[in-house]
Design a binder for this molecule. Sequence first.
Ligand SMILES: Nc1ncnc2c1ncn2[C@@H]1O[C@H](COP(=O)(O)OP(=O)(O)OP(=O)(O)O)[C@@H](O)[C@H]1O
Ligand SMILES: [Mg+2]
Length: 231
Amino acid sequence: MLEVRNIAAGYGPVRVLRGLSLTVRPGEITCLLGRNGAGKTTAMKAIMGLLPLSGGQVLLDGEDIGRLPAHEVPRRGIGYIPQGRRLFADLTVAQNLEIGMRCRKSPPEVRDRVLAMFPRLADRMGQRAGTLSGGEQQMLATARALCLAPRVLLLDEPTEGLQPSMIALIRDTVLRLRDEGVAILLVEQRLDAVLATADRAVILETGAVRAEADAARLRTDPDLLRRHLGV
Ligand SMILES: Nc1ncnc2c1ncn2[C@@H]1O[C@H](COP(=O)(O)OP(=O)(O)OP(=O)(O)O)[C@@H](O)[C@H]1O
Ligand SMILES: [Mg+2]
């Protein structure tokens, strides 16, 4: 279980996260929502150790990982699919996956399984990542994170700009991981997707939680998200 407790972080003098707390449980999808600039991506970067915390804690199964160097965080089993993908463009598909595999010394079966989920990547192992199509790059970013065999997975708008069949593929993959017990934190703008997949929704506003709801509440009050987001 991932517990973010009262964290503060920002960029130089600019404070973005102001006492953010949230919990991501195994076998659950927690959707993080909020307007543009609310701090969703910043929250993920802070969890991954890519931004220093100026307060608060990030606990993974009770261990405070909030001050670890950034390269240690994925080694603990937290996979991250950043907004806009961020692959190693000059490396091949195979080399990008290898980075994920080495991080936690995953056994080869992990890669076999990931490639079975994304057979298009298996056909392009020697192709440079930068020359993949947008949808293929999103598959590779997802596949690379899955090569960690993660306990916790952070996905920052994984379906942005994708065609419906790719959105369905990513969604099915996320649901399957959830059912296997992975703890998932998903930034998602499309409210229909949130209502369809979330076990819990957390709405961020100016760097802190404005509202939270579980799946039962979301189903009985489907307009709740819209009201809180003001859309
Ligand atoms: N590197 C940076 N330097 C300075 N300010 C930044 C930096 N990155 C983000 N910010 C600012 O921090 C605030 C939060 O940005 P963040 O990217 O976390 O928002 P977000 O909720 O992910 O938005 P979106 O829905 O548009 O992706 C914004 O005001 C943004 O301009
Ligand atoms: Mg963002």
